[in-house]
Design a protein around this ligand. Structure first.
Ligand code: SAH
Length: 213
């Protein structure tokens, strides 16, 4: 597992391009500058790791585009000590960004192969979520609820009710909703039964699927 000056140079360029695309949160940009994204990809894609693109990972899934990861992290205004539930661990790249932002992270993945691979890999880089869960994100993780923030990194055909109910009052949930393309949607919990909803543009994710695989 090597991280070289060349990789660092490519990361600096990536950060410049993310700024040009409108990302301003310095803590998010610093996290992206630091995390060796090439190590999260299969070695055949390593050369492309610092392009602002999504790439295939195991189990027919993708590592999200850096812009998307930066955008979701920025919108959620993650603060040190925030309790964050992540749906769709995937490669663990978004998880690493959340951990660099000093969140306490609970992350769920439904694909066993990815769950196994990433739960072994991330700690080797020093990234330690509070919990790796093999499970169905539609159900959330009621045992450890409520959460300050919930981030969904797969396209959901509808808003899963259990996730809204596991959000703290004052908390934020960010979820892409739709079919082939999704609308990034932010919910802010105003009280036990009131949510504010903001639509933040179109994105494309792999689908959020029901049940473990
Ligand atoms: N944040 C990840 C994104 C991976 S793609 C990364 O940057 O690498 C989305 C992930 O969500 C896939 O790994 C997919 O298996 C997972 N997923 C889809 N539906 C899910 C569900 N219901 N519960 C948990 N994970 C789910």
């Amino acid at each position: 597992m090597r991280d070289t000056a060349k990789h660092q140079g490519l990361r600096n360029q990536l950060v410049t391009s993310l700024k040009e695309k409108g990302i301003t949160d310095e803590k998010v940009l610093t996290a992206i500058k630091k995390i060796p994204r090439h190590l999260f990809l299969d070695s055949s894609f390593e050369a492309h790791a610092y392009q602002d693109k999504a790439f295939p990972i195991a189990a027919a899934q993708t590592i999200s585009q850096p812009y998307t990861v930066a955008f979701q992290s920025e919108v959620l205004t993650i603060k040190e000590g925030d309790k964050v539930l992540e749906i769709g661990t995937g490669s663990g790249y978004q998880t690493a960004v959340l951990l660099e932002l000093k969140a306490i992270v609970y992350t769920i993945e439904r694909q066993h192969e990815l769950f196994k691979k990433t739960s072994l890999f991330l700690p080797k880089l020093g990234y330690k979520p509070k919990k790796f869960v093999f499970g169905d994100g539609y159900k959330g993780l009621p045992k450890d609820a409520p959460y300050d923030k919930i981030i969904v990194t797969a396209g959901a055909p509808y808003v899963p009710k259990p996730l809204l109910s596991q959000l703290k009052v004052g908390g934020k949930m960010l979820i892409p909703i739709g079919g082939d393309t999704q609308i990034m949607t932010l919910f802010v919990r105003k009280s036990s039964n009131e949510f504010e909803k903001h639509e933040l543009g179109n994105f494309i994710f792999v689908p959020m699927l029901e049940k473990k695989a």
